[in-house]
Design a protein around this ligand. Structure first.
Ligand code: MSP
Length: 659
């Protein structure tokens, strides 16, 4: 039988900065859904990628002194870039599109021309409010307190000759799509779109720009580049081969089954995207699902606010699967949720270490201890099941369909909570059956004990299958520990009881999810975050050179001399000051105080030949006189102040003039 097709996408990311945990959230959700669909037997195409054009990127590249392409290449392909992150997070995308890829560029040019030829794109003049960071034009009525309704930043008046897309022409069809079908989910997003954008009247959309060049050129009108959102949205069809020869499965996979997108880009996906597809006479995606945001301290994460959470650090500290699980288990997919490290640790400890980890380790340990790692034949059946046996079995048998219903409704958090009900029931079953008590009299209770343990292994197996889209690597380890081979890991077998061979060889492997010491982990996180912040700072920063000139005579008035350090000690009650006793060649000791204790211990400096300005007026510091100043070189290294005293050859006699 031909497999059911399933085409699922994430938004393609702006590589203007490194990705944060908010971006990771959506991609992990899409990955879990794609893996789930593959598990159920679908032929899945999962697409992600990067959206690389637009003014913001052009400006950032200029600031970094490189070309826009070099700039995006670094973030997409470079170390710890977008592709690296998805590899680390075990993202199973089938395709990765970059909107700078040639095949996409020429496809978008053809699409633009087609909509121009069919009269849906026309030339006009655009006057409006433009938000540069969001690359969005807004009408006066759409602004929130005079600012961009998406990001809250200020907008500027902008006017330019531009092409327009006849969005207004499609208003009724789009309204019908939103109101009368299940195209846009969750349902609450429909009201937002209709009330905020459609009821107030859909205006035609400006779809070309002349004020910058980093975009796909309109091939029949040089000087215009295609609006970044038109370019970006058609990635979903370019990646299948629509109007290009790079791929050949547009017919197979289009229309998409679902686009997962964050709530702030639902407008583009549920109004502009279907309207353009209607203009192109292409089928519409079946669903757009607008998920919520991960918030930090109640607000959206953004690089400019400096409050982004680095997924690399979290994955390295807690493990990829624990992080994936946390994201999917904790935050209802359609709503916003508050991210915190404390919550992450608590979820790992409660669900993974306590509930799941304990179930697996206790069960395999007991099979090892009481039966040498393999249960006896016949243990799968029991003639007089007790209530607790029946309860565990019926919950485990019903689990797959409860889970499936939630996954099909794009509610992965609820699907996971169904699985955890069974895991918790299984742990309770251990307490109720008390295997350690049964083991005290193996002759009498051995068969019952084996049956109890078999039930536990079987419940664990079913849960493992359903958890595998969320924690693929850990579930492989789980299957190895309970002795479940490939035929015990299938979707079909998740609905059946008694699939695991009775004598399966179990192993007590390492603890799947060790308990986390919250205090230590938070301190280590803080340290890793600080190190990352430091690493992101420039390697060396120098004081800018003074532009004001000093005349030669004035300069010559400063008397620089070589001085030898006879003694050096810390000034009492001062953290910074060192007191130097110096031979300056005059025969009388000179005292200079210098605030450099942070950089040198006094004993390191005795005997060194330094450079001092000796004709500065004496100054009192901490009640002591300082006659002159020692010269040093200063710079900043990854945010840290550095200082080196100027030391000269010891062969230079004390008092020699430097000029
Ligand atoms: N390039 C566009 C998408 C074009 S799709 C044709 C874009 N890129 S983005 O990098 O800014 O955002 C990518 C996705 O990450 C969006 O769906 C956005 O909602 C999501 N998130 C960014 N920050 C987020 C959170 N803090 N929480 C959850 N998702 C967030 O938009």
């Amino acid at each position: 039988m031909e497999k059911k097709k399933f085409y699922i996408t994430t938004p393609i990311y702006y590589p203007s900065d490194k990705l944060h945990i908010g971006h990771t959230y959506c991609t992990v959700a899409t990955d879990a859904m794609a893996r789930y669909k593959r598990l159920t037997g679908c032929d899945v195409c999962f697409l992600t990628g990067t959206d690389e054009h637009g003014q913001k990127i052009e400006t950032k590249a200029q600031e970094s002194g490189i070309t826009p392409k070099e700039f995006v290449d670094r973030i997409v392909e470079g170390p710890r870039g977008v592709k690296d992150l998805w590899k680390l997070m075990n993202i199973s995308n089938d395709r990765f599109i970059r909107t700078t890829d040639d095949y996409h560029v020429s496809a978008v040019q053809k699409i633009f021309r087609k909509m121009y030829d069919n009269g849906d794109i026309y030339k006009g003049a655009y006057r409006g409010k433009y938000c540069t960071p969001c690359e969005s034009f807004w009408t006066e009525s759409q602004l929130k307190d005079g600012c961009c309704p998406d990001c809250g930043r200020s907008v500027v008046d902008a006017e330019e000759e531009a092409y327009f897309f006849r969005l207004s022409k499609y208003a009724d069809r789009v309204r019908d799509l939103l109101e009368n079908t299940d195209f846009l989910q969750p349902r609450s997003r429909v009201n937002e779109m209709v009330k905020n954008f459609i009821d107030s009247g859909l205006e035609d959309l400006c779809v070309s720009r002349t004020s910058f060049t980093w975009g796909i050129p309109v091939d029949f009108d040089p000087g215009h580049v295609v609006y970044v959102w038109v370019d970006a949205l058609f990635n979903y069809t370019s990646a299948l081969g629509f109007l290009n020869d790079q791929y050949h499965d547009y017919e197979k996979y289009w229309p998409a089954d679902v686009h997962f997108v964050g709530k702030e880009i639902v407008r583009f996906h549920s109004i502009i995207w279907p309207a353009m597809l209607m203009s192109m006479e292409m089928p519409l995606p079946k669903h757009v699902f607008g998920h919520g945001w991960l918030l930090l301290d109640g607000g959206k994460m953004s690089k400019s606010k400096g409050n982004v959470v680095d997924p690399y650090i979290l994955a390295e500290q807690f493990g990829v699967d624990a992080l994936r699980f946390f994201l999917m288990r904790t935050f209802p997919f359609g709503s916003d949720g508050n991210f915190s490290n404390e919550l992450l640790i608590q979820t790992i400890n409660t669900d993974l270490a306590n509930d799941l980890g304990n179930l697996v380790s206790r069960t395999t340990a007991m099979v090892g201890k009481y039966f040498g790692g393999s249960l006896p034949e016949g243990c799968g059946t029991w003639t007089a099941p007790e209530t607790c046996d029946q309860e565990l079995l019926s919950m485990a048998r019903a689990l797959r369909s409860a889970y499936e219903a939630q996954m099909e409704a794009y509610a992965p958090h609820n699907a996971l909570s169904e699985v955890f009900k069974v895991i918790q029931r299984a742990n309770k079953y251990i307490d109720e059956t008390a295997p350690w008590a049964l083991a005290r009299d193996m002759e009498a209770n051995g068969p019952r004990l084996a049956h109890v343990l078999y039930n536990l292994l079987e419940a664990t197996r079913i849960c493992g299958i359903l958890l595998s889209p969320f924690m693929p690597a850990s579930c492989e380890a789980l299957f190895r520990q309970i002795g479940a081979g490939a035929n015990c890991q299938s979707w079909e077998s998740a609905a059946e009881w008694g699939v695991l061979p009775e004598t399966a060889a179990t192993t007590k492997g390492e603890n799947l999810f060790p308990r986390i010491d919250a205090e230590k982990a938070l301190a280590a996180l803080e340290e890793a975050e600080q190190a990352a912040r430091k690493a992101a700072l420039p390697a060396v920063e120098l004081e800018p050179q003074l532009s004001e000139q000093v005349d030669f005579d004035t300069f010559c008035k400063s008397d620089f001399r070589a001085v030898k350090v006879k003694a050096c000690e810390a000034v009492k009650k001062s953290e910074k000051l060192l007191r130097f006793t110096l031979d300056d060649g005059t025969g009388t000791d000179r005292q200079i105080l210098s605030g450099i204790h942070k950089f040198y211990e006094p004993e390191q400096l005795v005997g060194k030949t330094l450079v001092a300005i000796v004709n500065l007026p004496p100054r009192k510091m901490m009640g002591q006189e300082s006659c002159g100043m020692l010269l040093s070189a200063v710079h900043t290294e990854q945010g840290e102040e550095k200082l080196n005293l100027i030391m000269v050859d010891d062969a230079i006699p004390a008092g020699a003039k430097l000029c």
